[in-house]
Design a protein around this ligand. Structure first.
Ligand code: 2IT
Length: 446
């Protein structure tokens, strides 16, 4: 494999798609050495095939807003790779959604899903529809219009969408309602993240954040450290940040920052159950701001225009969006003594930030390992749906915990360096890659 030649070819095929190209480059650089030890991969052109999505479905979504005006958005489903199972991955509703973003997310999802130990291929979808400021009725009409196009392309053994940024339990409900009407089938296995009364799994809402903290716990344990009493800064205030804040607090850490597009909340006394609940209220308001947190809890302070990374902390956890922690943020964190960073959002750090962390030798782990508990629990939801049963919260949480320990173990197996340090980026990429590559090889040229 020649990474630069492969990247030049990919840039020609996908001009200007910087996020997609960034995600592919990281994986290729991680797996290059192992790949070159397997001439059968080279012969079957595994990487050339793996970096291209199987197919991309694009469709127009037209709906009517509350003032009677007709709105048109674009909908997508990127079915990336189905070597190890049906396509699986979230739907993102955000104004910045475009093919490059969904290709990078689908590509990452393929490796992440392979890491979960469960049989799921990789996919991602969504729309440039922004839920910000929309009424509940508008969100429902948009979800219905979106599903009107998507439904023929999904199914429990074909492609199983779930939530992502801008798509939570409410949206999955509206999407499922329309799916059911069109398909004339009560096929719960077609979506995950469903409500608890109609086929959803306990712990799915918490799973991404809980799983991330289980992973961080393993990482710290491996390095002879503990999370108890440590300070945590996290970005975002949505479902993922909420789960992470809940588990971090439960494990004895102090969550001293959450953030939104409007600024950061400095929360020196840490979280309380009321504060954690309030995060959900803030998100449900659809205003996309965190400032009201400081009005509701006077011991917290709102700092306009600042990121979570301006707060001195032990552990930094990006939980909101891709590339939300850049090289300068990493330098600021390091100068303030941060010694662990883990991406909870997909590709939360820029390559420059990762390079800064690695140069400084601090603990760092990538999103596809850290946040895999979300999709892993979606896999557990699929199993429960297929078997027509529901596990208790404790059963699901135990399985999630076990899966995260397996993912950590795989990262250590493939990422241990001669000096004993773990390169989690390399470990996660190689572990995910090997599984998908072997499956592709065995299934022939398709
Ligand atoms: O990025 C992700 O792993 C998700 N948004 C969850 C995907 C899923 O199918 O549960």
């Amino acid at each position: 494999m020649n990474v630069n030649n492969l990247m030049a070819d990919l840039e020609r095929k996908h001009p200007g798609e910087s996020e997609y190209l960034q995600a592919v480059r990281e994986v290729l650089e991680s797996v290059e050495e192992v790949y070159n030890e397997h001439p059968e991969f080279e012969k079957a052109k595994i990487v050339e095939r793996m970096v291209e999505p199987d197919r991309i479905i694009t469709f127009r979504v037209t709906w009517v807003d509350d003032s009677g005006e007709i709105q048109t958005n674009i909908g997508y489903r990127v079915q990336f790779n189905s070597a190890i199972g049906p396509y699986k991955g979230g739907l993102r509703f955000h104004s910045a959604v475009n093919p490059s973003m969904l290709k990078f997310l689908g590509f990452e999802q393929t490796f992440k899903n392979a890491l979960t130990t469960l049989p799921m291929g990789g996919a991602k979808g969504g729309s440039d529809f922004s839920p910000k400021g929309k009424s509940d009725a508008e969100i429902m009409r948009f979800c219905q219009a979106f599903m009107l196009e998507l439904w023929k392309n999904i199914g429990p053994d074909t492609d199983v969408p779930a939530g992502d940024v801008g798509v939570g339990g409410r949206e999955i409900g509206y999407l499922y309602g329309m799916y059911k009407k069109l398909a004339r089938e009560y096929n719960t296995g077609v979506l995950t993240g469903k409500g608890i009364t109609w086929g959803g799994s306990l712990i799915r809402p918490e799973a991404t954040g809980f799983g991330a903290l289980y992973f961080v716990q393993h990482m710290l344990h491996q390095a002879g450290k503990s999370i108890e009493g440590k300070t945590v800064a996290l970005s975002g205030f949505g479902n993922v940040a909420w789960g992470a804040a809940t588990k971090a607090t439960e494990l004895g850490a102090k969550v001293i920052a959450i953030s939104g597009p409007d600024g950061v909340i400095y929360n020196p006394n840490g979280m309380t159950p009321e504060k954690i609940d309030y995060m959900l209220e803030l998100r449900a308001s659809n205003r996309d701001i965190v400032a009201p947190f400081a009005e509701r809890f006077p011991d917290a302070q709102f700092i306009a225009g600042k990121k979570a990374w301006s707060i001195k902390c032990d552990i930094a956890l990006p939980c909101a969006f891709q590339n939300e922690l850049n090289g300068d943020d990493a330098k600021e964190l390091l100068a303030n003594g941060t010694w662990c960073a883990a991406e909870v959002s997909n590709m939360g750090c820029t390559p420059e930030a990762i390079a800064e962390f690695q140069r400084a030798g601090i603990l760092f782990a990538p999103g596809k390992a850290v946040n895999a508990g979300g999709v892993a629990t979606s896999g557990l939801e699929m199993t429960q749906n297929a078997q027509h049963l529901s596990w208790s919260a404790e059963e699901v949480d135990n399985k999630l915990h076990y899966i995260m320990s397996q993912i950590h173990e795989a990262c250590v197996r493939y990422g241990e360096q001669p000096d004993g340090c773990i390169n989690y980026v390399k470990g996660a990429n190689i572990a995910g890659f090997m599984k998908v590559a072997h499956a592709m090889l065995e299934q022939g040229i398709i």
